[in-house]
Design a protein around this ligand. Sequence first.
Ligand SMILES: [Zn+2]
Length: 133
Amino acid sequence: MSTGFQGKFHRQNVLQRFAKELVRRSRSHCELCDKSGVRLEVFEVPPLEEEPYVEGCVFICEECLKQIENPKKMIHSHWRCLNNAIYSEVPAVQAISFRMLRRLIIKGEHWAKELLENAYLDPEVEEWANQAE
Ligand SMILES: [Zn+2]
């Protein structure tokens, strides 16, 4: 994977091209917390493939993004939205939801544990979710 400036620049360009399709998929609502009327960002669900692909991305608000990228800033109550997101039809949304639930479980959130136990995830999605923290 290219990590130089050009590689990064190229990646950002590709991601921006996904935005149009993601607007349609998400109907301009954050794919995690369902917020609308806010700026949404293309976020690649790790681990990153060599070339970005739209099914590997989620379209989310800055609040969700901030908390995903900085676990110390996680506001537990915000993630009640996972009650819906974990049942998304989009595998990438399920995978990132699964990871956030796991983080909440570690923090002692019982509701997150129950939700994860009751959610049905495709084995492939679960495997994807397990590939990163
Ligand atoms: Zn959000």
